[in-house]
Design a protein around this ligand. Structure first.
Ligand code: FEO
Length: 405
């Protein structure tokens, strides 16, 4: 049976939730599941905005059929061709012959690649409009948010922005689909940040370009392809995207990331964290990079103003999980942070030098203090170096960081 939800007078959400998916895109854990959002506009002409992942196709088709109630489907707007949204496209074409696929040239090319199909197209260019009766849809290209073909659609009559992957979040929708009825800032923000930073985080410049286009629009509803639908306090969420896409921190504080095999590097990281906290930094969090999926680590790195990386030396290099994390940060074009380092090694500590090489290749990274070097395990003689580093980091946080939460 259908589970359609009314968004506005004649716009409906007809997505679905997958709470059994373990890894989104085969790599990101989604312990709270994920929603795949699709929307149907019932104007003089009918318009479907994107399809859904195969896992939720049944409920999607139930909703589509129920709401159309015998009417024909006139248009299918494709915002994004990634299969979590386009997987049901072929079935839509079969069920609704005559539907016009509203797409740009890049999308059409991908439809050919994925499905070997050349449906009846309405090919659009940047700024083109489509009048469906009382609504006029304007198409705004948002390349690389997250793929090159991505296109936003702005419904001028209702002030609705269909934003593709932008403004999405991990997490299934249960009960209300609306951000304002889901305590978004407490319940969804961490998953929206993890979604943004890991999925789209690499493309900050392109996201800023898209935000600049959106800045000129009167947005009353924000309809992403994942996560809650927005109808209140939209500027606050746009502001988060401004920060994230500019690689600017949200939280004045320190995230301490450590890679430790037998606990000695962890010991140093925790003592440093306590010493930083004791010097008046209220937001300090500690993460074991071997016990935390990298997607969470990337999100926390985007969040905090100051970062500490502590790693043991392994195979004459950086410990594997720390190296993976740093590679992930580099791959996401991460930058603009102040950081400090701790290294450990029993016969030839190398991790500090190698971490610094990786971090200094990222834009706008500034090192604070000297790398604290541990030989195997902390001794009383190491306390002074840890204290000095804590002092330097705390002073820098207190003097140079602003919280913009
Ligand atoms: Fe949810 Fe880039 O697809």
């Amino acid at each position: 049976m259908d589970n359609a939800v009314r968004v506005t007078e004649n716009l409906y959400w007809i997505g679905g939730n997958d709470r059994r998916l373990r890894l989104f895109e085969g790599t990101f854990p989604v312990p709270r599941g994920v929603s795949y959002n699709s929307y149907l506009l019932l104007d003089a002409e009918t318009v479907l905005f994107d399809t859904v992942d195969e896992q939720v196709a049944d409920v999607f088709f139930e909703g589509l059929e129920h709401l159309l109630d015998g009417r024909k489907l006139d248009y299918l707007v494709i915002s994004h061709m990634e299969p979590d949204h386009s997987a049901s496209l072929k079935r839509v074409l079969r069920r609704y012959p005559g539907v016009k696929v509203v797409a740009n040239q890049k999308t059409a090319c991908m439809i050919g690649q994925y499905f070997g199909e050349a449906p009846d197209y309405l090919l659009v260019k940047e700024g083109d409009t489509l009048c469906t009766g009382t609504h006029t849809l304007k198409f705004l290209f948002a390349p690389m948010v997250h793929w090159p073909e991505v296109m936003f659609t702005y419904d001028e009559a209702a002030g609705i922005l269909f934003s593709a992957d932008a403004f999405g979040a991990f997490g299934a929708l249960g009960g209300s689909i609306f951000a304002d009825e889901n305590d978004f800032w407490r319940e969804f923000l961490p998953e929206a940040r993890r979604y943004y930073t890991n999925i789209v985080g690499k493309y900050g410049v392109q996201v800023q370009n898209a935000l600049n286009k959106a800045a000129g629009l009167d947005i009353k509803f924000l309809c992403p392809l994942h996560g809650p639908v927005w109808r209140e306090d939209i500027p606050s969420f746009l502001a988060k995207y401004r920060l994230w896409s500019a690689y600017m921190p949200e939280t004045k504080g320190v995230a301490v990331f450590y890679a430790s095999v037998y606990g000695h590097t962890q010991n140093a990281a925790e003592i440093l964290a306590s010493a930083i906290s004791a010097r008046g930094v209220s937001a300090v969090k500690v993460f074991d990079v071997s016990a935390c999926d990298p997607s969470y680590l990337v999100a926390e790195a985007f969040r905090f103003s100051h970062l500490v990386f502590a790693s043991t030396t392994y195979n004459n290099g950086i410990f594997v999980n720390m190296e993976r994390f740093l590679s992930d940060l580099a791959a996401h074009n991460f930058g603009n942070r102040r950081y400090a380092l701790i290294e450990n090694g029993t016969w030839s500590p190398q991790a500090g030098k190698l971490m610094e090489e990786m971090l200094s290749s990222m834009k706008g990274m500034q090192k604070i203090g000297n790398t604290v070097k541990i030989l195997s395990a902390l001794k009383e003689g190491d306390r002074a170096a840890l204290t000095a580093l804590a002092q330097a980091v705390a002073a820098d946080v207190n003097e140079n960081a602003e919280s913009v939460e």
